[in-house]
Design a protein around this ligand. Structure first.
Ligand SMILES: Cc1cc2nc3c(=O)[nH]c(=O)nc-3n(C[C@H](O)[C@H](O)[C@H](O)COP(=O)(O)OP(=O)(O)OC[C@H]3O[C@@H](n4cnc5c(N)ncnc54)[C@H](O)[C@@H]3O)c2cc1C
Length: 408
């Protein structure tokens, strides 16, 4: 494994670091005081600048105007832009669009690519991904109530979804619905593209998350699909291939999240260190003189380095050996990095004392919005069980023998 950073990548990272400090972090107060209208105007200006700098869509296909970076380089870039909740959006590689871009690129028809993929990569429209249901467990999406019934060349969709992130203002949703209820468990559902102006696509509400409703890109909606009718040509990929495509979307999605979380870890540590170094705490002493704070700083730096190494190793493996070979590592990074991030945000909040509880720094925002990291894209428990199952697989026969031995 070669983890050396090429000269070109280093140049990109330096440009990004400078841009984040001068242009991105200063926009965060708009987000923190929830002035979404003004924020949108400012975000568009920064997106134009990123395009002029040639840094738009770092992981998006080159043929559609992205930079086409490989996973390892994108990992480094993602950490650099992930220090702000605005970073990925400004650089045109934000979830859920990034995942939708990948599956449209892989499975879209030429018409779907022209109508949905191209403007999405160019940042002219936004999209959302509508899989999780209110009444059914998101951890087991084979249990799904939303149906899409074929009728006169259309799919008629009925169901109730929530946590459709960024649906507010999106041009289209990629909806997971059951098209083949009599097929085997993993072949029942399909992905269908639903323009959000279709009659029967009802955005019921943006859900309050930790007391904040958000808006536009920064929101999570509940959607009612109420006899929502779209042409059959809006099927993405094969009928019944919904789970296969969802898995293809989730592998890269998980690694993209962890790469972004590393940015949050690094920013939180930087804020923790700066505060500790500058906060007088007793006569002739600052907070950073206290050993307990020094231990937090050291532990955080070491935990970030370990999480980064695991993430980059996973990226390298996925890139060189494929996603299937990387299943265990994907599960590992998902819960390891999510928990590392949470510990570091929490220590940074603690070091900031009362200030940490306010929105005068970005830390409280991280605390509110990144708790969900242990839940979305597979809850921690699901990843741990899946990883343990794979590790235990060679011991199946011995386990069975031992189980039976107790009755002998
Ligand atoms: C901020 C945020 C954004 C999201 N964005 C999207 C989106 O854009 N599109 C979308 O479709 N969905 C989205 N989701 C939904 C997300 O994917 C689901 O919340 C997740 O899959 C968990 O499903 P659930 O909420 O139904 O929890 P459940 O499936 O009910 O699980 C609840 C808890 O049970 C435990 N658990 C579950 N399974 C097991 C098991 N096998 N063994 C032991 N314990 C278990 C876990 O602790 C889990 O947290 C988002 C969620 C959040 C919080």
């Amino acid at each position: 494994m070669d983890f050396s950073i090429s000269k070109d990548t280093q140049t990109i990272l330096d440009m990004i670091a400078d841009f984040m400090e001068k242009e991105v972090y200063p926009l965060e107060p708009y987000l923190l005081r929830e002035d979404f209208k003004e924020l949108d105007v400012e975000l568009e200006k920064k997106r134009r600048k990123v395009k002029e700098m040639g840094l738009w869509g770092p992981a998006q296909p080159k043929e559609y105007g992205g930079m086409g970076l490989g996973l390892v380089d994108f990992g480094l870039v993602s950490e650099a832009i992930g220090g702000s909740p605005l970073g990925h959006y400004i650089f045109g590689c934000q979830a859920p669009d990034a995942g939708n871009i990948e599956i449209l690129h892989e499975h879209g028809t030429p018409e779907q690519k022209e109508r949905y993929l191209r403007p999405l990569v160019e940042g002219k429209i936004r999209s959302c991904f509508s899989m999780t249901e209110v009444e059914m467990p998101g951890s087991n999406p084979t249990l799904m109530e939303t149906s899409a019934v074929k009728e006169e060349g259309n799919y008629v969709i009925n169901g109730q979804k929530w946590y459709t992130t960024s649906a507010d203002g999106a041009e289209f949703a990629i909806v997971m619905a059951e098209t083949n209820p009599n097929a085997s468990r993993y072949k029942r559902a399909s992905m269908i593209i639903v323009p959000t102006d279709t009659s029967g696509f009802d955005l019921v509400r943006n859900i309050n998350i930790m007391g904040h409703q958000g808006a536009g890109f920064f929101s999570h909606a509940e959607i009612l699909y109420h006899s929502c009718r779209v042409p059959q040509e809006n099927l993405l990929g094969e009928e019944g291939a919904g789970f296969v495509i969802a898995q293809q979307r989730l592998g890269p999605g998980r690694i993209h999240h962890t790469m972004r979380w590393l940015g949050i870890c690094s920013r939180s540590l930087k804020l923790m260190v700066e505060r500790a170094a500058m906060r007088p705490i007793a006569e002739g002493k600052v907070l950073a003189d206290k050993e307990i704070i020094q231990a937090w700083i050291a532990e955080s730096a070491a935990e970030i380095a370990a999480a980064r190494a695991l993430t980059l190793q996973t990226a390298w493996k996925a890139e060189n050996l494929g996603w299937k070979e990387t299943r265990q590592e994907i599960s590992m990074i998902k819960f390891v990095v999510a928990n590392t991030m949470q510990r570091i945000i929490d220590r940074a909040l603690q070091v900031h004392g009362g200030l940490g509880m306010t929105d005068d720094t970005i830390l409280a925002y991280f605390h509110r919005h990144e708790r969900a990291a242990r839940i979305y894209d597979g809850a921690d428990e699901v990843h741990k069980l899946s990883l343990a199952r794979q590790i235990l697989k060679p011991y199946r026969a011995e386990m069975q023998k031992a189980r039976e031995s107790i009755h002998a």
